[in-house]
Ligand binder design. Sequence first.
Ligand code: MLT
Length: 312
Amino acid sequence: AAFGSGLAQAQNYPTKTITMIVPFAAGGPTDTVARLVAQSMGTTLKQQIIIENVGGAGGTIGAARAAKAAPDGYTLFLHHIGQSTAPALYRKLPYNAIDSFEPIGLITDVPMTVVARGNFPAKDMKELITYVKANKDKVTYAHAGLGSASHLCGMLLQTAMGVELTTVPYKGTGPAMNDLLGGQVDFMCDQTTNTTSQIKSGKIKAYGVTTKTVVPSLPNLPTLASGALPGFEVGVWHGLYAPKGTPKPVVDALANALRASLRDPNVVKRFNDLGTEPVPTNQATPEALRTHLKQQIDLWGPIIKKAGAFAD
Ligand code: MLT
């Protein structure tokens, strides 16, 4: 009976509102991606998908919450590269980055930008590095906690500059951006999904992008790799997950809805306007996400261990 009802439940899925956990504060880049995808998936699934922002500890609080949720398809979890760096950054996590989840699919790989408060005294990345090194005890760097992409990029920047800065943690780079706009913090490395509009408003300064090639929506922003920081590259890939044990028919329905959202013209346009694009739909699959997550955990582990000095 139990099996039967489980199967029937899965076949009629979804029959009620779905929650999508975002492990950072509202208004930040992860939240932006989640709301776009959730809106479109909800249309396909004919059920509302509501966002629950569960911030803290660089995304690991939200991950732990999602890992413990009932595996019935009514709690989803959207996270980025931080799912693969947390295992190296935290000695003890109350979940396993791979085994506590059912992967649904990859979503998008978002470029990052080095940005500073509007009156920061550097006109380009080379001057920023010179200034930061000369003022390393004064300059402050904003991020969204150990495990966030902004923290990871900051760690790589500090390693590249050979400095260890005072870093200011936030529950997300949405709140961090408010302080950057107010001049309360000096600079940060954050995703184009959060920085594009502020860069275009001229209220913050932008110094470069962390991608191999220039970002079409920010044509005047050079790549860090082509100038001040040869080889510097970090992209913030995003994936959608459900708790381990979510029935396969439910996972399949969610993966289909995710792929439809990545073909949704509104989602594609908003992603493009914000400096990114959906992954090819053959990457929005459980297998592609599982493979990528494992490869990224293996990639970042040693890098983080080596740079460990800068991990808070
Ligand atoms: C991060 O730094 O990982 C994210 O930008 C945080 C966020 O989405 O707010």
